[in-house]
Structures are given as structure tokens and as C-alpha cells.
Design a protein around this ligand. Structure first.
Ligand SMILES: Nc1nc2c(ncn2[C@@H]2O[C@H](COP(=O)(O)OP(=O)(O)OP(=O)(O)O)[C@@H](O)[C@H]2O)c(=O)[nH]1
Ligand SMILES: [Mg+2]
Ligand SMILES: [Zn+2]
Length: 360
């Protein structure tokens, strides 16, 4: 029997729903977010929903719009399989990035996730610098990272690659798998117990949908061979979707990402580069940027081969990106403040002129 808990419902969401103070509202989880229409899962089955007008206006801020994985409060429609979304319940652990092509916005990729399965191909897709970047974004989300190196069958030096990837996140579980091989995806099940939500993230063609199909035991998701010419994927999956696995876990399939640029700004970057942070404690200047200052322990470590130059480069690049994102966030906050003040002034004027007509 399906219950709300099947889809990851818990006491904290229950409390948030009660706070809506409207007995007519019911909880539902977003399985697919289309442009204006949402496919929801409830204890009673599937429901299609639109967002209430009130929410749509607020949705001028893109973050206000429901995304896959969100818990929402719905008002059921007359016929049972349609509804209106009245509120998005407070989110926990969202995976987000800078919206592609939009300099000032963040894009929520998935909400309320417990685990991110970061999938890389052990073929031509393998790229340590990209894994590093994703790891920072996962740390930002607060979800637990699991590294998945797929297509072991295509890689003769998988041991080296495994070790190199493991060094980037010593605490994260890492699985070298062959999704297509017998029993290939079994090690992943332990990360997706009942009620837990995972998200598959990675470039196109690494085998995310193949992994879902193998976990399900049927060909639910479309998959397609990578391009011969350059080994890249064909962007086969085009929508994010929350899928219930037979053992009770939930897993979000996502379209392969073309780029991942950082948006959030927590300690994630420094945490992800803990080796550099520790080396930096030995630099002469406490605020050393490791850009050429004298007696810099980090640059010294590169010279002696203790730290790879590529890793330091990667750290610097991500740090610049974080700084740029911080500036954009500030810009955005100023714009929002401006909009808030203008709206308040307009409301005040409307109120005054109403009062004048009332009195006059
Ligand atoms: N050789 C080999 N091929 C695999 C393995 N896993 C998946 N593939 C193949 O890789 C290709 C791409 O797999 P998909 O599952 O479509 O990749 P995806 O990550 O979902 O890609 P997008 O939906 O485009 O983001 C398919 O032809 C799969 O059959 C594996 O372990 N070994
Ligand atoms: Mg896919
Ligand atoms: Zn330094």
C-alpha cells in the first residue's frame, strides 16, 4: 500500500503543512514539473496540478516555483485526479546551480534530496576536474555524495581512475560499476532504502537512465548510445523525474548537464579542498591566496609534487566563480529590495487614494 511515507513524508513536513492553517489542503510530492503543469504523487495515486494564481505571481522569483522533489500543499479538484498547488513546503537539501545562460539566477535542480549519486563514465567522459566541481555543488546542497564510476567494462586502467576519484572525496562511498553487466547496479541499492530520496547527476551518456532501468528491472527510461565521433551523450533524458524503486527508495533521473556553474556560497569549496586548506595553514600570511605570495606553503607543495598543479588550478577557478556568483547574488538582492520598496510605495499610494475616495 502506498502511503505518504512511501514518498519520503515525515514529521517536519507534517508540521509545515499544519502551519498552512487550512484544513482543506493535502500533501503531495512533485514527480515531474512541466512548464505550467505538475505531475504529483499522493497516497491516493497520481494527480495533475496547476499552481494557484497567488503562487504564480510570486513565481516571478523562480525559486518560488515547485521543482521535482518538492512537497506541496494542494487543494483537490472536483474529480479527484486534478488539483491546485497552494504552497510549496519549506525545502531541505536542494541541488542547485547557476542557471545556464542567465547570469543572475540560480536554478534548483531537485529539492528534498538525501543523497546525490554522481555518475561518471570510465570511458572518455572521465574528468577529475569535473568531479571536483560537482562535489562542491553537492556539499553545498547538504546531501550525501556517492561517487559512481560506470562503464567499468570500457576502461583498462580503472584501478588508477578509481584511486584518483577516491582521493577527491575520501569520505564518500565510491562504486565502480558496469550498469549493463550482471548485478552491476546492486551496490547502489544500499544508498536508497525506503523513504530515502536520491538524485542521479552527471553528464549526458554516462548511464543514469540505464542505472534506473536496471534498479527497476524494466526499460522504463529511454537510453541511447553515445556518439561514435566523440563519445558524448545525446541528451536522451529531457525531463527530471522522481521514480519509486521496487525496494522503496526514490530516485530522480535528470537530463545530463552541459555545464555546472556554482551558485551557492557556503564553506563547501574549502571543505571540498581540505588538503589545500590544511596546507594553507602553513603559509606565511594568514590570508594567503596562494597566487604568488612569498613563503606560500601551497605553491611549495605543488613544486615538491605533494599537490597537483591541476588541483590547485581547479581550486582557483572555482574560487573565482564563487566570488562572481556572490557579486551576482548581491546585485539580485538589491534588485529584489528595489522591487519590494516600489511595490510597498504603490500599495501605499493606492491605500491613500482609496481613503480619499471613501472620505470624499
Ligand atoms: N559499455 C557500457 N555501456 C553502458 C553502461 N551503462 C550504460 N551504457 C550505455 O551508455 C549509453 C548512455 O546511457 P544512458 O543511460 O542513456 O545515459 P544517461 O546518463 O541517461 O544520458 P542522458 O539521458 O542523455 O543524460 C547507452 O547506450 C547505455 O547502454 C555500461 O556499464 N557499460
Ligand atoms: Mg538519461
Ligand atoms: Zn599560500
Amino acid at each position: 500500500m502506498l502511503t505518504l511515507e512511501t514518498f519520503g513524508w515525515d514529521d517536519r513536513f507534517e508540521t509545515a503543512l499544519r502551519a498552512c492553517a487550512d484544513g482543506g489542503l493535502r500533501p503531495a510530492r512533485v514527480a515531474v514539473a512541466h512548464n505550467a503543469l505538475y505531475q504529483l504523487r499522493t497516497a491516493d495515486g497520481e494527480v495533475m496540478a496547476e499552481v494557484a494564481g497567488r503562487l504564480r505571481h510570486r513565481a516571478a522569483a523562480p525559486d518560488a516555483r515547485p521543482v521535482v522533489g518538492d512537497w506541496v500543499a494542494i487543494r483537490p479538484g472536483a474529480n479527484g485526479d486534478t488539483a491546485t498547488i497552494e504552497a510549496v513546503l519549506p525545502r531541505r537539501r536542494c541541488f542547485s546551480r547557476k542557471a545556464a545562460g542567465e547570469p543572475t539566477r540560480r536554478q534548483l535542480v531537485a529539492a528534498n534530496i538525501d543523497t546525490v549519486l554522481l555518475v561518471s563514465g570510465l570511458d572518455g567522459d572521465f574528468n577529475l576536474r569535473r568531479i571536483e566541481r560537482y562535489l562542491v555543488a553537492i556539499r553545498n546542497s547538504g546531501a550525501a555524495p556517492v561517487l559512481v564510476l560506470n562503464k567499468a567494462d570500457l576502461c583498462p586502467d580503472r584501478e588508477d581512475r578509481r584511486a584518483a576519484a577516491a582521493a577527491l572525496a575520501p569520505e564518500a562511498p565510491l562504486h565502480v560499476i558496469e550498469a549493463l553487466g550482471p548485478g552491476g547496479v546492486e551496490p547502489l541499492r544500499q544508498h536508497l532504502p525506503p523513504g530515502r530520496t536520491g538524485a542521479l547527476i552527471g553528464s549526458s551518456g554516462v548511464g543514469k537512465s540505464t542505472i534506473i532501468n536496471r534498479l527497476l528491472g524494466r526499460e522504463r527510461q529511454k537510453t541511447a548510445a553515445v556518439r561514435r565521433r566523440d563519445g558524448r551523450g545525446r541528451h536522451t533524458t529531457t525531463q527530471r523525474e522522481l521514480i519509486l524503486l521496487p525496494d522503496g527508495g526514490l530516485l530522480i533521473d535528470t537530463p545530463g548537464m552541459r555545464e555546472l556553474q556554482l551558485w551557492e556560497d557556503t564553506n563547501a569549496l574549502d571543505d571540498a579542498f581540505d588538503d589545500i586548506r590544511r596546507l594553507g595553514a602553513e603559509c606565511r600570511f594568514r590570508d594567503c591566496e596562494h597566487e604568488g605570495e612569498p613563503r606560500c606553503a601551497v605553491r611549495q607543495a605543488v613544486e615538491t609534487g605533494r599537490l597537483s598543479a591541476a588541483r590547485l588550478d581547479s581550486f582557483r577557478r572555482l574560487r573565482r566563480e564563487r566570488e562572481a556568483a556572490r557579486q551576482r547574488r548581491e546585485e539580485l538582492a538589491r534588485l529584489d529590495e528595489h522591487r519590494r520598496v516600489t511595490t510597498a510605495h504603490r500599495a501605499m499610494r493606492a491605500f491613500r487614494s482609496n481613503r480619499l475616495t471613501d472620505e470624499g
